[in-house]
Design a protein around this ligand. Structure first.
Ligand code: AHG
Ligand code: MN
Ligand code: MN
Ligand code: MN
Length: 341
């Protein structure tokens, strides 16, 4: 049950990070960098929460390198994260879903040793309909001897991440974070403006009867995906011997948050709608950080065949099929693909 119901003194994100520093698991720079990201997320939460009153809904009228029409909030959230992180002194550079290339920290500010990658606003198709959206981030080391990082310096496997997290802007605003020592959830106390630890050591149940996928793409999937989902849908009457329920929010942050909370499998597979793309979701600022969080909570994440965090990235905006969540179910889905190869 959530810690918030106990009588213990609330532990803020700041307090949690200082404890992690004293335990030798984060250094002062990483701690302060996470604090800056959390502060930026609070600003984004305010903008998201204003909705139509803030004039923040709708299209920005621009496009991004992903070939997507940008929402106003995609651009606002990106600007907030850039502005908040530029002068902190903890970063060498940043990369974002909404920017074609990474940006080194401007020369006027001191440069730190970390690289920050983010999806400033995830689930942006949900903004205009008042459904949960989020921010996803991943922290890497800047390679030794690199003062002005370029795109190539960000191309490190997910296993090298030093921290990852997301902020979900839902009925409540929450930050879910890992620094490699479990996955923990913090809820924003709006009156006091601080994130409070409300779930220490999230654990994804190993087995599940719930899956999340956009079924409208079904006819575009490859054979192992068709077989796997046919067997889920056959439920008790099929080889799986149990019924499955389905959920699809179309905000990865919200779908993954549900899975971290009560289990499930989230899938965005390859499909032949656009064969040039090996999936919809982006390795560097969606798949890798979510995989780190899910693995730290006892779950698993693969691209249908290999562990996502083992993939050697070849491009900043590289896409990847994603299967993540309850460990036994991810292994089952992965088996269907390996059997077929
Ligand atoms: P983003 O809004 O950052 O571009 O990410 C979009 C994502 C992800 O949040 C979600 O899981 C998926 O796209 C939904 O895709 P469909 O609209 O194809 O269901
Ligand atoms: Mn997008
Ligand atoms: Mn996204
Ligand atoms: Mn986005």
């Amino acid at each position: 049950s959530p810690d918030s119901t106990s009588n213990a003194k609330p532990i803020s994100l700041t307090h949690y990070l200082i404890d992690e520093q004293r335990a030798g698991r984060v250094n002062a720079d990483l701690r302060l960098l996470i604090e800056v990201v959390a502060r930026a997320c609070k600003t984004i939460a305010v903008a998201v929460g204003k909705g139509a009153l803030g004039g923040v809904l709708g299209d920005a009228g621009t496009g991004n390198v992903q070939g997507e029409a940008q929402k106003k909030l995609d651009v606002i959230a990106n600007d907030v994260l850039l502005e908040a992180n530029a002068w902190g002194g903890h970063l060498a550079g940043l990369a974002s879903e909404e920017m074609e290339h990474s940006q080194p920290i401007p020369d006027v500010y001191p440069r730190g040793n970390y690289l920050l990658l983010f999806d400033p606003l995830d689930g942006s198709s949900n903004i205009d309909v008042n459904v949960s959206v989020g921010t996803i981030f991943s922290v890497l080391h800047c390679p030794d001897g690199v003062n002005t990082p370029e795109d190539q310096h960000y191309l490190q496997a997910g296993t090298t991440q030093v921290a990852a997290g997301y902020c979900i802007y839902g009925p409540s605003t929450m930050m879910v974070l890992t620094v490699g020592n479990g996955t923990h959830a913090f809820t924003l106390d709006r009156e006091h403006g601080s994130f409070i630890l409300t779930q220490r050591g999230m654990m994804v149940p190993q087995e599940t009867q719930e899956f999340a996928i956009n079924m409208s793409n079904r006819r575009h999937w490859d054979a192992p995906m068709q077989h796997y989902v046919d067997d889920l849908l056959a439920g008790k009457d099929g080889v799986r011997g149990k019924d499955f329920n389905m959920r699809w929010i179309a905000s990865m942050v919200a779908d993954v948050h549900r899975i971290l909370t009560r289990g499930g499998i989230f899938i965005y597979p390859w499909d032949r709608k656009d064969p040039s793309k090996p999936g919809k979701l982006r390795l560097m600022y969606e798949a890798n950080p979510m995989s780190f969080l899910v693995e730290q909570a006892g779950g698993a994440a693969t691209d249908g065949r290999t562990r996502i965090m083992d993939i050697a990235p070849s491009g900043l905006h590289q896409r990847v099929p994603v299967f993540l969540g309850s460990k036994k179910e991810v292994e089952e889905a992965t088996r269907y693909h390996l059997k077929h190869d």
